[in-house]
Design a protein around this ligand. Structure first.
Ligand SMILES: Cc1cc2nc3c(=O)[nH]c(=O)nc-3n(C[C@H](O)[C@H](O)[C@H](O)COP(=O)(O)O)c2cc1C
Length: 69
């Protein structure tokens, strides 16, 4: 089965603490697992770099959630 992968960088919004943003992302781990998606999230509390990979439908679903957040 072909794998898809996404890598992106983003910055935390004003009014959201680094802790809150990281927790939001970490909580999404359960969704990723159900979608067959795995990867890594790096943060310095202000900026994020995330890489994830998996089947096309799972990666599309996760990326849509990231874009909506
Ligand atoms: C930096 C960052 C990384 C994120 N990574 C993921 C992710 O890997 N998987 C995912 O499903 N959502 C990810 N999200 C999206 C949010 O976690 C998601 O919108 C949140 O869990 C709320 O979803 P709900 O309102 O549908 O419950 C990320 C959000 C941010 C800000």
């Amino acid at each position: 089965m072909p794998l898809r992968a996404v890598v992106y960088t983003s910055e935390r919004s004003e009014g959201v603490t680094g802790e809150q943003a990281f927790r939001l992302a970490a909580d999404a781990e359960r969704f990723n697992r159900l979608a067959g998606v795995t990867g890594v999230l790096l943060s310095d509390g202000q900026r994020f770099l995330q890489y994830f990979e998996g089947p096309e439908d799972g990666v599309s679903a996760v990326y849509a959630r990231v874009q909506a957040s």
